[in-house]
Design a protein around this ligand. Structure first.
Ligand SMILES: *[C@@H]1O[C@H](CO)[C@@H](O)[C@H](O)[C@H]1NC(C)=O
Ligand SMILES: *[C@@H]1O[C@H](CO)[C@@H](O)[C@H](O)[C@H]1NC(C)=O
Ligand SMILES: *[C@@H]1O[C@H](CO)[C@@H](O)[C@H](O)[C@H]1NC(C)=O
Ligand SMILES: *[C@@H]1O[C@H](CO)[C@@H](O)[C@H](O)[C@H]1NC(C)=O
Ligand SMILES: *[C@@H]1O[C@H](CO)[C@@H](O)[C@H](O)[C@H]1NC(C)=O
Ligand SMILES: *[C@@H]1O[C@H](CO)[C@@H](O)[C@H](O)[C@H]1NC(C)=O
Ligand SMILES: *[C@@H]1O[C@H](CO)[C@@H](O)[C@H](O)[C@H]1NC(C)=O
Length: 490
């Protein structure tokens, strides 16, 4: 008598043998079989054991097959490059007149939750977020990235969780340049010793900064030229082979701009819809708004003109963020309250080309008005539509000497329908320009992190393609590329 269990087993065994046989036949029928894993094409031919490739293919979880070409390996850096900086947060405040940084570390870098806002914000998705903590938020988002791998040979990109901006902020006001440059140097030496480095000489490595790229590109080391701001980190040979995502990119082609963090960090898709619906219905009594501090020391800045114009126009609301009142603008409730009530928000360049306020205002459904292409159009290429007339107003004024525009008249020229279309486009962009709460996962929306990772993976794949075709990967990589950031008006 045959035991039924043995019979089932033997049926399954035969079935397995049959399948294996068929697979072998299929594989051996072809002279060569190619497969593309993470953008690298592997070929197997008759002489090789076809199971070698089977094994490699099944080593990645089936549920993650959509991860092909998207695997990221995260370097396990010594804690002095990231965690220790948070632990010793009191050192991050030194030399600045900024408030104590320590409270902003809470909630994985989102900062303290905003509990009550008297109806200005929606419940449960808002935090007092400090821009410099973007490095921490991004790192935490990366820890939950769907396609992480511990096998660096599978990875399409290598993430370096160095808190570059927090690190350099300890020494930006220190005149000893050796000290200012030391941790960047330490980091690249650590990276270059790792086996992952040699695969592409760092061209698949990327990192994130909550400070502008220029803070890592000190131009001169002498007092004659006067410009000694920042570290030399991005001019180190290893660093030039890596890509950096920063809130503002430089004109070098290995820097990419990603949005500044706002205070809105939804944990669910419904929180995004709820917010979009709220601001869509908002009553907007002010035609335009400017929020910022006067900068009398920046003589060429058009800020002074804008403030003057705003003060003299009954259609404009001006929020003065100068030192006396500075705290007002650090509080997201005060800032969003005004943006929610404004149709247009003026965004002249600040101390640098970009400002966090661009994203705070768009988040509130306020249509941005730009004066310089470097403020957004040539920066956030992965996040904002190419066609700028769809979501913004452009009033080109390069220099204060050219100031002869009547902003109010220009903005009055838009019909109600045109304004609604612009605003609707801005509201649609919201998910792309915000960072979701790293402790949760959105199901339907892709946020700024998702778009940043996608852009980075595509960029690295382009470099890989150049290498595959025998080209020189340094061409157009670490150059100062005058094409990308010509700041042209077209
Ligand atoms: C497949 O895995 C083997 C051993 O695990 C390795 O030697 C080989 O290089 C891998 N092949 C590919 C195409 O990744
Ligand atoms: C938001 O929270 C406040 C106070 O906790 C509560 O009074 C209010 O009803 C909440 N609003 C909504 C829409 O849930
Ligand atoms: C990588 O290894 C660490 C430590 O062994 C483990 O906690 C983590 O889950 C692994 N990650 C993946 C994506 O396999
Ligand atoms: C800068 O700091 C380093 C390390 O602390 C020290 O060795 C060096 O003498 C300092 N240089 C100057 C110019 O003070
Ligand atoms: C100072 O600036 C000039 C012109 O920008 C440059 O040619 C020169 O090399 C700089 N000096 C130093 C020591 O970097
Ligand atoms: C940078 O990349 C190039 C290849 O494009 C390589 O020759 C060079 O050695 C790399 N630099 C460093 C410091 O690894
Ligand atoms: C850009 O958008 C505007 C407004 O939606 C539209 O009228 C125009 O045709 C678009 N231009 C291009 C080149 O798509």
């Amino acid at each position: 008598m045959e035991n039924p269990i043995t019979r089932i087993c033997s049926h399954q065994l035969w079935f397995a043998i049959l399948i294996s046989f068929l697979l072998c036949t299929i594989l051996l029928c072809f002279d060569s079989l190619s497969t593309n894993i993470n953008g690298v094409t592997f070929s197997v031919n008759k002489q090789q054991n076809p199971f070698v490739i089977m094994k490699n293919m099944t080593s990645s979880d089936d549920a993650h097959s959509s991860c092909a070409g998207r695997y990221i390996y995260v370097h396990d850096l010594p804690t002095r490059f990231n965690h220790d900086l948070l632990h010793n947060c009191q050192l991050l405040t030194r030399g600045t007149d900024k408030p104590n940084m320590c409270p902003y570390m809470e909630n994985q870098g989102l900062g303290p939750e905003i509990e009550s806002s008297h109806g200005v914000l929606t419940n449960g998705s808002w935090y007092s977020t400090n821009q410099f903590l973007l490095e921490v938020i991004f790192h935490h988002r990366m820890k939950n990235y769907k396609c992480l791998t511990n096998d660096s040979s599978l990875a399409s990109a290598i993430f370096v969780p160095f808190y570059a901006g927090l690190d350099v902020s300890r020494f930006l006001w220190d005149s000893n340049l050796t000290v200012r440059d030391s941790s960047g140097l330490d980091l690249v030496q650590w990276l270059a010793r790792k086996p992952e480095w040699k695969k592409m000489w760092g061209r698949d490595h990327f990192l994130v900064s909550g400070r502008i790229s220029w803070d890592f590109r000190r131009q001169y080391d002498d007092d004659i030229n006067g410009s000694s701001w920042g570290s030399k980190f991005r001019f180190l040979p290893e660093s030039m082979n890596m890509s950096m995502l920063a809130v503002e990119a430089s004109s070098w082609n290995n820097d990419y701009a990603i949005p500044y963090p706002t205070s809105f960090h939804p944990s669910k898709d419904s929180e995004i819809l709820q917010w979009q619906n709220k601001i869509r219905l908002q009553n907007r009594p002010y035609l335009f708004t400017f929020t910022g501090a006067p900068r009398p020391e920046l003589e060429n800045s058009i800020r002074g003109k804008i403030i003057e114009h705003c003060r003299s126009s009954s259609a404009c609301r001006f929020i003065d963020c100068s030192n006396i009142d500075g705290e007002k603008c650090d509080n997201p409730i005060n800032v969003i309250k005004v943006f929610e009530k404004s149709v247009f928000c003026l965004q002249p360049p600040g101390d640098s080309y970009t400002r966090r306020s661009i994203f705070d205002s768009m988040l509130a459904g306020c249509v941005p008005v730009f004066f310089h292409p470097g403020t957004a159009y040539s920066q956030y290429l992965w996040f904002l539509p190419r066609n700028r007339t769809k979501y913004s107003v452009y009033i080109p004024v390069r220099d204060v000497k050219d100031w002869d525009v009547n902003v109010e008249r220009v903005l009055m020229g838009f019909s109600e329908d045109e304004v609604s279309a612009l605003r609707e486009e801005v509201i649609k962009l919201i998910p792309r320009i915000i960072y979701a709460d790293p402790r949760f996962k959105l199901e339907k929306h892709e946020d700024a992190f998702d778009f940043a990772v996608k852009g980075m993976l595509e960029r690295i794949e382009q470099v890989r393609e150049v290498i595959r075709n025998g080209g020189d990967p340094s061409v157009g990589f670490a150059d100062e590329n005058h094409y990308k950031y010509t700041f042209s008006d077209n």
